[in-house]
Design a protein around this ligand. Structure first.
Ligand code: PHE
Length: 467
């Protein structure tokens, strides 16, 4: 096994890879719906404040921890001299593991829909909901359930693509893949934007997204925007620490954090300017929703009523596919990097075995959607102990507890333990001055941790999923 640590081949390669991680399903199928519910432009404005004030300092901290330690996420904290904080790394590693189990399966559903739109758009249009249930193993008309082996095969294919990229390594796999995938994603995004914006009736949606409807903004809206920012920027899950550890000393981590956060936000905002106007123009404002149900079911109505809809539908799922692939790849790298370094295992077998295990666990996720009544267990103070479907319980665990906890750990570590001075020194290693060091110190010590604590408390006490 090579002892020399891998490194990104180019600055652009790193930025595209980190942006590829951040730009995921969350940007495309969650952000627009949340922005709609949160008052359109008012939500956008709030989000555009949250990203630089909270998201960016958190991203900078994770990248700096990674680059300074040049280690995987678990060992990073120890290498910086604080072994007691390795729990943050373990947590990040575990989050990445659990999320990959289901994210890769959802990626498989997306891949299935790429084929559906390419080959049988009529069947999707005829009964979008029934079609989606059938994909997941439920015949909605009769209530009969069956083993959804076709979609599991697609999930397997999705995971296999990611595994191949990881096996090829940081520069030869991840970087190369993102250098093709991310520009492709941007091109598709622009095509879809032009299509949506030129639909008759789209102007109402655009106007809504630019209007400041403060009546729809509640404290809850702020929390939703906040947790969306964390999820969307891939914070609190070991990824940015790992990706930062492959970054050369010549790179300015602060500037890179800025670029990655900006790209992620830009994609989310453009997605909002695609989805909302398109739904307004075809189904009307009542058609807006978010998440998987919206993307796989409601959007069929949008494409059906749009000139050239089958083609744009296909492009849309290809867009989702790229977004999901580049995010999953980043998750797997976080997991595999630790196993390779700590256990001394080789990259190829480690990747194959972990991906196989995660795929297998993910089968339970897909099967518990509709085909089988598999249950998980959950607790919050509003509802006590409940037994939600296993798929929901998995998401609650990561989104409501583990991600915020790990993100909180990273902020506290950077702000109070390792100290902002060291982060600043890490930034200045490339030779430029970190002009915003003071502001960073304040945000990472007080603003970011306080905000995350509120997210944690709200989800534990009220049982709302904020992501
Ligand atoms: N940032 C991703 C998104 O917006 C979320 C994500 C990335 C989740 C990587 C897991 C892993 O969808």
């Amino acid at each position: 096994m090579e002892n020399k640590r891998a490194q990104w081949g180019s600055k652009l390669g790193f930025i595209l890879a980190a942006a590829g991680s951040a730009v995921g399903l969350g940007n495309i199928w969650k952000f627009p719906g949340k922005a709609f519910e949160g008052g359109g432009g008012a939500f956008l404005l709030m989000y555009l404040l949250i990203v630089p004030l909270i998201g960016m300092p958190a991203m900078l901290s994770e990248l700096a921890i990674g680059r300074a330690s040049r280690a995987n996420v678990v060992d990073a904290f120890g290498k910086l001299g604080h072994r007691g904080w390795r729990w943050v790394g373990w947590l990040g590693w575990a989050v990445a593991f659990i999320i990959t189990c289901y994210y890769a399966h959802v990626g498989g559903w997306v891949l299935r829909y790429v084929f559906s739109y390419a080959l049988e758009t009529r069947a999707v249009y005829a009964d979008p909901k029934g079609y989606f249930y059938a994909v997941l193993g439920l015949d909605a008309a009769t209530g009969a359930t069956f083993f959804p082996w076709i979609v599991l095969l697609f999930a397997f294919a999705f995971m296999a693509i990611c595994a191949v990229v990881i096996i090829k390594g940081v520069e030869g796999g991840i970087e190369k893949f993102n250098k093709v995938g991310m520009p492709a994603l941007f091109v598709i995004l622009l095509i879809l934007f032009v299509r949506a914006a030129t639909l008759p009736g789209a102007a109402d949606g655009l106007r809504y997204m630019l209007s400041l409807d403060w009546a729809k903004v509640t404290p809850q809206t702020f929390l939703i925007a906040l947790s969306q920012a964390f999820y969307s920027l891939s914070l609190g899950m070991s990824i940015m620490v790992t990706y930062g550890s492959y970054l050369s000393e010549k790179e300015d981590v602060a500037k890179n954090s800025f670029l990655v956060c900006s790209m992620d936000t830009l994609v989310a905002v453009i997605a909002g300017f695609i989805v909302i106007p398109a739904v307004f123009a075809t189904l009307g404002p009542d058609g807006v929703g978010k998440g998987g149900g919206f993307a796989f079911v409601s959007l069929a109505g949008v494409f059906e009523h749009m000139p050239g809809g089958a083609l744009f539908g296909l492009l849309f799922y290809v867009l989702l596919l790229f977004a999901a692939l580049t995010s999953t790849v980043s998750l797997i790298e976080g997991i595999v990097a630790f196993l390779i370094e700590r256990m001394g295992w080789k990259r190829t077998p480690t990747t194959i075995v972990t991906c196989a295990v995660m795929f297998a666990i993910g089968c339970l996720y897909t099967c518990s959607q509709a085909a089988y009544p598999l249950k998980g267990i959950w607790f919050d103070f509003a509802h006590g102990v409940t037994f939600p479907p296993l798929c929901d319980a998995m998401e609650f665990l990561t989104d409501r507890v583990m991600i915020p906890l790990c993100a909180l750990g990273c902020c506290l570590f950077a702000g109070w333990v390792w100290k902002p001075e060291n982060v600043a020194a890490e930034v200045e290693r490339c030779g430029t001055k970190f002009a915003l060091a003071k502001a960073y110190g304040f945000l990472i010590r007080f603003v970011a941790p306080a905000s995350i604590l509120v997210i944690l408390a709200v989800s534990l006490f009220t049982g709302t999923t904020l992501s």
